[in-house]
Design a protein around this ligand. Sequence first.
Ligand code: FAD
Length: 488
Amino acid sequence: MPTQKTDMPCEPPVIVLFRNDLRLADNLALKAAAETGRPVLPVFVFDDGADGGRPPGGARRWWLHHALERLRASLAERGASLILRRGPTLATVLSLVEATQANAVFWNRRYDPAGIAADSDLKTALRERALEARSFDGHLLHEPSRLTTGTGGPYRVYSPFWRALASGGEPRAPVAAPKAIRPLPEAVASDGLESWSLLPTAPDWAGGLRDAWTPGEAGARQRLADFLDAGLQHYAEGRDRPADALTSQLSPHLAHGEITPFQIWHALARPDLDAPARDLETFRKEIAWREFSYHLLFHNRDLASKNVNRDFDAFAWRPDAGLLAAWQQGRTGYPIVDAGMRQLWRTGWMHNRVRMVAASFLTKHLLQDWRDGEAWFWDTLVDADPASNPASWQWVAGSGADAAPYFRIFNPVLQGEKFDPDGTYVRDFVPELARLPSRYIHKPWQAPADTLSEAGVKLGATYPVAIVEHRKARTAALAAYDAMKGTR
Ligand code: FAD
């Protein structure tokens, strides 16, 4: 959009950049800007891949639209207007500086490699123009560059990383949202949110997402409150049972920066919580997996495209568009996998246990490249994260740092029977199996003909025949792994 020159305000304003920090509370850049007492111009810069990173997928675009609406409303309550601009960060910010005569730009740090590089260029360019450029702690408890092993290198294994994080002192306390933000006296041109076309239209596939989520800072606060009330006390045991929904479901809010890990960490210390130490520790360790993923991304900038363990470059994946499509659509004939893939499609989110089973199934049973699965998750997850998604895929596929050993191949039937024993989760997302007795719900092919018929199931017609046989698939996967090792 053309830059629109405004009348220069009496006092030069401070520009605050919003990116993946769509909140007012615990926003250090916004707080510092408000405290200057000068006019503040909040700007959301949508680089949409122009800074060299990955453009958000469809599910995150849907979320972004609603999160921006809510951010705009919260800022308006404090008197400030959110300016929307699309384009590469550097050019976009420089044009705004020129238009508003701002002499300072504040932002919270990003931690994906493209974001780091773009923000570093921005800092240099602003300082060359004698403008103030200040960056603040972003969405990680620990800056990924600062945690190092005894020898000064990066961690490759989670446990020592966790020990370092846990012994690194209490994370800083979260800060409150500014009570008031001094607006600019003159309007500044903004893109219209609708013009970004972030919402799906033809077709509108977002009905399930609308039912499941409330994007925005208030939605994040409510999720945290609900989790502290009902989930945390059973987290250590319950977090593996997808039907119980005892996990926090904070991941999309964290991905968009509607809540910070500092706010979560300190909420866990609330004196009235009364959660067992084991549940608290297990939950903190999961938050730390997110930190570890960013640590890995920081030290492996191609985490989404290159095997961390380069031995896997020789792995003989067997690309097959039909198998990939069956997995994407939840038509593999393995109920727990299909339920997970349909939960993903319907709600934009999948339970962690089922993510592991579904990812293992794609890479090991179907021998499809983990990058294809990662890309599908990137497009369909509302919490798609540039660090956690590739790090987790590589962990499951065996090619990652500290990965699960390759030969540990999940048996999808046993996983289903263990973590969804009465099939509640499968019944919810695979309704065509809903009337099967529990003993067959994870292996319908073993059900007697009359049981299938009473349940209205006709394999190959109402529900797919399993696309691979577990034992054969396992043998083939191990053979592929042995062949890879043989090429070293
Ligand atoms: P909770 O159990 O309540 O955990 C609290 C928070 O801790 C989460 O919100 C998340 O931020 C963090 N966390 C928990 N487990 C992990 C983990 N294993 N790795 C990293 N962070 C974790 N998580 C994402 O946020 N984005 C992704 O794109 C993503 N892709 C994944 C892909 C695969 C193949 C797998 C196996 C896991 C992936 N995860 C991803 C990790 C995990 O599944 C989700 O973070 C979790 O399911 C989110 O649900 P929750 O908020 O209820 O988690």
